[in-house]
Design a protein around this ligand. Sequence first.
Ligand SMILES: *Cc1c(COP(=O)(O)O)cnc(C)c1O
Length: 391
Amino acid sequence: MNFPSNRIGQIPPYLFAEINKKKAEMIKAGVDIIDLGIGDPDLPTPKHIIDKLTEEAQDPKNLKYPSFVGCPEFKQAVADFYFREYGVILDPETEVLALIGSKEGIAHIVPTLIDPGDYVLIPDPSYPVYRMATLLANGQCHHMPLTKENNFVPDFEAIPKAIVERSKLMFLNYPGNPTSATVELPFFKRAIAFAEKHKIPIAHDSAYNMVTFDSYKAPSILQVEGAKEIAVEFGSLSKTYSMTGFRIGYVVGNREIIKALSVLKSNTDTGQFTPIQKAAAYALNGDQSCVTQYNQIYKDRMTAMLDGLKSIGVEVEPPKGSFFIWAPVPSGYTSAEFVTNVLEQTGVIITPGNAFGPSGEGYFRVSLSVPNERLYEAVNRIKQNLKIVIG
Ligand SMILES: *Cc1c(COP(=O)(O)O)cnc(C)c1O
C-alpha cells in the first residue's frame, strides 16, 4: 500500500484504545462506569456567553467569512485581559492572533518554527499534541523529564549541548496538564534567560491560567522583561469558561512568530466563526463570577478526591491549579496495572501516566470533570471497594 504517508504512519496508536475497549465491554456487562479520564469539563458554559453567541448569530454580516487574523473585538478583549490580569501591554493588531482552539495553534506553531530534523524541547509528561505535532512536522522530540524531585519543572542545564544547538522550539505548560504543577515568575525568568542565550523560542501553553485555587495566581511568561523578544503564550477559553466545544483560543507575544504563524494559518484555515469570537470577547470582558464559582467547585472536588486517595495510601500535595490530580501509583504496580485494577474493582476510569510521555510511568491522572455526585460516588467506591495488593 502506498498510503498513508510516513508522516501519518509513524503516529503511535492511540494510548487510550485498550482502556476504551475495556470500558465498552464493562458498560455492555451493565457496569456503571465513572470516567475520570476525560479532560472535558462537565460544568455548563455560563448562560450570558451562550446568549451572546445566539444574539451575534442573528447578524448576517457575522455569517460571512471571518477575518484571517481574528475579529477586532476578540483581539482587543484578549489584550484587555492581559493588561487586567498581568499588567502586560499587547498590541491587538500584531501581538494577538485568534485560534480555532489553542490546540490548533499549538499544532501549527511547530511547522511555523521548525524544519525537518530540528529538535523540539518537550516536557515529559505533557499534553500529547506537542509530541505529535513535532512528529507530523518531521521534527525530533527531546523530552525534558518532569519529576517530583525537580518540582515538575525542566532542568534546562541537563539538556545535552548538541541538542540545544539543534533546537528550534521549547514548549512549557503551567498550571500543567497532567502534572497540575504550578510555577512562580522566577521560573519563567530562568526559562527566558535560557531561551535568549540559545535563541530557542518558547511556546508557553497557559490553558489553565485561570483555573487556580485560593490565593494562588498563575503568572504569564510575558510578565518577564524581554519575554516578547523570544516567547509566545497560548491561551484558551475552553477550561476557564467551560467552552471546549466552541473552539476558541489565542496566541500572544512575539510579533514575528505571530506573523509567521498567521502566514501558515491564512493558507490553511479561515479563522473561527465570528459569533463565537464575539461571544468569547464577551466572556473575557464580562462578569467573571462564573470563574470564581467554577474554581471553587474544582477545589472542593479535589479535596474530596485527595481524601479518597489518601484512604488507599496515595498522598499528593494539594494542587494550586488545573482540574487534575497527578499521583504516584502504589508500589508494586505499573501505571497500566494500577489503572486496570481501579477500573475492574470500582468501575472508575483514570489515565495511566505513561499516556503523557515515558516519565509519566509510575503515575496516574485523575480528571475532576464529572458532576459532583458522580465524583463523590467515585471517591466512595475507591475508599470502599479498591483492594490494592502491595508486592
Ligand atoms: C485542553 C488543553 C488544550 C487545548 O485547549 P483548546 O483551546 O480547547 O484547544 C491545550 N493545552 C492543554 C495542556 C490542555 O489541557
